[in-house]
Design a protein around this ligand. Sequence first.
Ligand SMILES: [Zn+2]
Length: 125
Amino acid sequence: MSDWRLNGQEDYLSNKTLYKITFPEFWEIAYKDKNAFFRKIERYAKKHVKETNRGHEYLEGEKIQHFWHEHCEFCWEKALTDKLCTFYCTEDMYYWICEECFQDFQSEFNWQVGTTEELLSNSEL
Ligand SMILES: [Zn+2]
């Protein structure tokens, strides 16, 4: 089969466990609980501000959410913390897959789905 979205992802995304994330709800919980996802964004934001001496405004409360975005690994659809959207991410939150691509490729890639609790208890985030 050939699909414009496929570009070698089977090398690193086959047989993975993915975690379903729905924004903005996931962000609102992350911000309230200061959980692993929040801390991940905070770490990158602080590093960026320190290294470039720019973007201090991101560190003011909830504005930090605008420091983060990702793209679907297949169709490049954008994930934002303040946009209503559902994505699936890998355990390290490095790769993100939109709902539509997840549905289209789940059986081909043999993806399993884990719970958000499992994802957030990953100490390596
Ligand atoms: Zn997609």
